[in-house]
Design a protein around this ligand. Structure first.
Ligand code: G3H
Ligand code: 13P
Ligand code: ZN
Length: 328
């Protein structure tokens, strides 16, 4: 069955668990997520970026969700737009059957330039008004994602961490969070606390200086009923980096967000945890392994099946670690 983000995160808050939101671009990723969810009885958030929508096409994506809903009838599915950049992106997602959208007004429409606060409030409020009329949920974002560690990570504005933004702009301000939620009426709030998108988040195991878990704790203390969202939450497991590199890959050593820190966030109001990079890495490490192991292989299924299985195992692990398992 299809459910909204609000329904799912209300349940998660009541029972104290978090829900991984995995990105989906194709059938293999969809089946991997659903097989994992079915194995451990977990509810699902699948999200499609603007890039995913143009890669697969809206009709293909929306029919794929129909198919997955029919194939796994016992698993509740929330279909979510990841990083919507304007009203049109969010509303067209809802027209294609998405039950939830992210209006990321922390950036201007170009999805690069940091936006001012009033722009963010106004555009997010407009999307909330429209989405709530038709029963869809909205995630807003306050603060700009980016690594607090100089030189590491990619910021949402594409500049290095020593670029245009100060340390403060990379962390969500708790006072502003209170005002933002009251004025926009978002169902969930994505916050900036030192993570960035992609594999290259940190050049060492992150500590309290570069991963600002205290921001989550403070916002949760002030807004105990608001569902918080952590972006950039791939852990970039060492085992996957090693497998990738053992099969001819050349990925520089990197560190992601430790699962224990995410679990700590879940104890402080984090309900949605965005993960894309780990799934990508789990799949492409298998492509490499198969390619290296059998250089004559040309049946795509021989690559895609192990890739799908590896992503399934990763998703299952996160469902168990975040406490999502058993709550479908
Ligand atoms: O927000 C970033 C997600 O990992 C989606 O990435 O825009 O390349 O599909 P994408
Ligand atoms: P990762 O790149 O850490 O997987 O983050 C994904 C994300 O935040 C999607 O919105
Ligand atoms: Zn994100």
């Amino acid at each position: 069955a299809r459910i909204t983000l609000r329904q799912l995160l209300d349940h998660a808050a009541e029972h104290g668990y978090g829900v991984p939101a995995f990105n989906i671009n194709n059938m293999e990723q969809g089946i991997a997520i659903m097989e994992a969810a079915q194995a451990v009885d977990a509810p699902v958030i699948m999200q499609a970026s603007r890039g995913a929508r143009s890669y697969a096409g809206d009709i293909m994506l929306s029919r794929m969700i129909d198919a997955l809903t029919e194939m796994y009838p016992a698993i509740p599915i929330c279909m979510h737009q990841d990083h919507g950049n304007n009203e049109a992106t969010c509303l067209s997602a809802i027209q294609h059957g998405f039950t939830s959208v992210m209006m990321d007004g922390s950036l201007r429409e170009d999805a690069k330039t940091p936006a001012d606060y009033e722009y963010n409030v106004a555009i997010t409020r407009r999307v909330v008004d429209a989405a709530h009329w038709v029963g869809a949920s909205v995630e807003g974002e306050l603060g700009v994602l980016g690594s607090l560690e100089s030189g590491a990570g990619e910021q949402e504005d594409g500049h290095g961490a020593e670029g245009v933004l100060s340390h403060d702009q990379l962390l969500t301000d708790p006072d502003q969070a209170e005002d933002f939620v009251a004025r926009t009426k978002v169902d969930a709030l994505a916050i900036a606390m030192g993570t960035s998108h992609g594999a290259y988040k940190f050049s060492r195991q992150p500590d309290g200086d570069i991963l600002a878990m205290h921001v989550i704790e403070e916002i949760h203390r002030r807004l105990p009923n608001v569902h918080l969202v952590m972006h950039g939450s791939s852990s970039v497991p060492q085992a996957l980096q090693d497998l990738f590199n053992a099969s001819g890959g050349q990925m520089p050593q990197t560190w992601g967000v430790p699962v224990e820190e995410i679990v700590r966030g879940i104890r402080h109001g984090v309900r949605k945890v965005n993960i894309d990079t780990d799934c990508r890495l789990a799949m492409t490490a298998q492509f490499r392994k198969v390619g290296e192991g059998n250089k004559a292989e040309f049946d795509p299924r021989k690559f895609l099946k192990p890739a799908m299985d590896a992503m399934r195992d990763l998703c299952r692990e996160r469902f168990e670690q975040f406490g999502t398992a058993g709550h479908a």
